[in-house]
Write a protein that binds this ligand. Structure first.
Ligand code: AMP
Ligand code: ZN
Length: 496
């Protein structure tokens, strides 16, 4: 291959794609806003982590050594994006009559299970917000005099005390400000709480002593503190869903500016907006369904667990995410994910065939057939142009479909590409993709056993027995798919 192209990424700060230039050559330090663990992650939330995983894999693909931190928000995220309403964790604990710690432990574990099922590489480190409260108080103390003011309800950050407040959001308009509920005494609509005092006479499950009284940290403070603590400042890339571009991340940036005293002109080498804590801010767009943006507070959302219960392998959802660019909205429906599952089956079937018959993959990628090399070059260019996974997948598909090239070369190139896409093509089988719906009238093991019996009957030329087994399966909702072009063999109707 020719010399690799530079890795180019879209920076939400400048709204431009530019070559990625790590602070320390050869490394990339990345922080991703993590889940608020008061409920299960929905598929939209998980899209955010398929995106960060793609970013992480692409940074690795480009030769960088990646340190990736994802936080767990177990305190501070309010039911409203503004500074009123309840802490989501407190509200969930009350509703479920459990301790916050139990709620956090349960949903953290569920989230990590989702991450593993989607073949998302675990971060180098998970940081948990409640482990960082003393550091948050120290951070708040260091900026309080110059940037904050105290009200009866908490310590508030004066958003006019830093230059270019809200630049990341492209300037906050009146409509956005109007969405922020007023708090009595707040000097400007965009000011935000960095410490919330416990209401007098009310005991919260989670509260800490502070110079401003008993209370809990603000959500924005968490990410500033944990990212700086684990990655130093500035670090390379900060990620989140596009909703964070409007409030959460501008507020983090304001705190970062205040903390570093970098409130004047831009230090050389930083973004046009000056010091922002991270040099690159990257945001994935929303997963939407017919009712609009999928959201936890709206309820009725789809989780990965419910998708699995309906008989869809989680990697089909991963492939669906990869088949759209991360900055585009992506629509979700049962039919759309079923199409992704079929696309995945085709890939898995092709690579499984290569694994079975090609022998060892060609060790030296420089030695593969020129047409395969061209596909690899195209794949590389697609990834390096702001993670263009939809295009990258078409190169992988072209590789597995290519005729008259050596199979070991094909296998080597397909597996190399999959290291960036994470579809587990090195190990997964068609049988793994066959997930029986949870409420099916028959278990997967029973189906397999019946099909083995039927195979034996056919080998014995006992066609009456073979037909009887087939009819019995059909009666129990199993479609027996003889001669299926994907050699799928059987299927239980989704959700049925
Ligand atoms: P939360 O658990 O609500 O704090 O959100 C976790 C991550 O999911 C954040 O980065 C959000 O910006 C992101 N997110 C929330 N809803 C969606 C959605 N419908 N599509 C894509 N990302 C989302
Ligand atoms: Zn955050």
């Amino acid at each position: 291959m020719t010399d690799p192209l530079p890795l180019r990424l879209f920076n939400s700060l400048t709204r431009e794609i530019a070559p990625f230039d790590p602070i320390d050559p050869g490394t990339a330090r990345v922080y991703s806003c993590g889940p608020t663990v008061y409920n299960y992650a929905h598929l939209g939330n998980l899209r955010a982590y398929v995106f960060t995983d793609t970013l992480r894999r692409t940074l690795g693909w480009a030769g960088l050594d990646v340190t990736h931190v994802i936080n767990i928000t177990d305190v501070g995220h309010l039911t409203s994006d503004a500074d009123v309403g309840d802490d989501k964790m407190e509200a969930a604990a009350r509703a479920q009559a459990k301790s916050i710690w139990d709620i956090a432990a349960h949903y953290t574990e569920a989230f990590k299970a989702n991450i593993a099922d989607l073949n998302i590489i675990a971060p180098s480190e998970w940081t948990v917000a409640t482990d960082y409260v003393p550091q948050m108080i120290d951070f708040a103390k260091s900026i309080a005099d110059r940037h904050c003011y105290e009200l009866a309800t908490g310590l508030y950050f004066d958003s006019t005390s830093v230059p270019d407040y809200g630049a990341l959001a492209g300037g906050r308009d009146d409509a956005a400000n109007a969405r922020i509920d007023p708090v009595e005494g707040k000097r400007h609509p965009s000011d935000f709480a960095i410490w919330r005092k416990s209401p007098p006479g009310e005991q919260r499950q989670m509260e800490w002593d502070s110079p401003w009284g008993k209370g809990a940290p603000g959500w924005h403070l968490e990410c500033s503190v944990m990212s700086f603590d684990r990655l130093g400042h500035p670090f390379d890339i900060h990620t989140g869903g596009i909703d964070h571009r409007e409030i959460h991340h501008p507020n983090e940036i304001a705190q970062n500016q205040a903390y570093c005293g970098c409130t004047g002109a831009s230090p050389a080498g930083f973004t046009p907006q000056g010091f922002t804590g991270a040099r690159w801010w990257m945001h994935n767009n929303f997963l939407v369904d017919r009712s609009g943006k999928m959201s936890k507070s709206k309820g009725g959302f789809t989780t990965l667990f419910s998708l699995q219960d309906a008989g869809v392998h989680p990697l089909a959802y991963r492939l669906l995410c990869l088949s759209a660019h991360y900055r585009s909205e992506l629509e979700f429906s049962g039919e759309i994910v079923a199409t992704a599952l079929t696309r995945l089956k085709r890939l898995v079937m092709a690579v499984e065939g290569l694994r079975a018959h090609a022998g060892e993959p060609t060790a030296d990628l420089a030695a593969v057939h020129p047409r395969l090399k061209d596909e690899l070059t195209g794949f590389d260019a697609a990834l390096r142009e702001d993670l263009n996974t939809p295009k990258a997948i078409t190169h992988l598909e072209a590789v597995v479909a290519m005729k008259k090239v050596p199979a070991p070369d094909k296998l080597a190139v397909a597996l190399k590409m999959d290291a960036a896409l994470g579809l587990k093509l090195a190990t997964i089988t068609r049988a793994d993709l066959r997930v029986a719906p949870k409420d099916a009238a028959i278990t997967q093991a029973e189906i397999e056993a019946e099909l083995d019996r039927r195979k034996q009957a056919r080998e014995d030329k006992d066609f009456a027995a073979s037909d009887a087994i087939r009819d019995a399966l059909i009666a129990r909702g199993v479609e027996v798919m003889d001669g299926d072009p994907l050699r799928w063999e059987w299927r239980v109707a989704l959700g049925g």
